[in-house]
Design a protein around this ligand. Sequence first.
Ligand code: FES
Ligand code: FES
Length: 156
Amino acid sequence: MAISLKINGENYSVDAEPDTPLLWAIRDHVEMTGTKFGCGIASCGACTVHLNGEAVRSCVMQIGSIGDQEITTIEGLDSREVKAIQAAWDELAVVQCGYCQSGQIMSATALLKKNPTPNDADIDTALSGNICRCATYTRIRNAVKYASHTISVKEI
Ligand code: FES
Ligand code: FES
């Protein structure tokens, strides 16, 4: 059946069953492949997208439950938070293999949007569901703080 999804500001009609995971709709139907499959059971964070600005695991979200809520993928991020995050990721050379990183960035940008000046505990809590097999956690935490500082300085 046809299910409407609003992804990155565009409307898509996806021909799939209502219990299809959002991740499959994004990757296989809409063909945006920046969102990754890791575990399929909401345990790794590789599939993180935003639903109305909240970081959610798309591998366990059924497309029939979404309605007209706004879905944002890594391809659609466009905000001062993501620009600061991208610059910080570059500056601190965060990425190793890269597989987890779109999920990490989705969680980090959702955090900075809600809390522009997170402390270590805030960062660890917000990103605790994002696993990195390359163990880039320290660089990620430093980069989130770097991005937070960049945003604060620009606001002065
Ligand atoms: S693939 Fe969704 S949390 Fe791992
Ligand atoms: S950078 Fe390799 S899994 Fe995170």
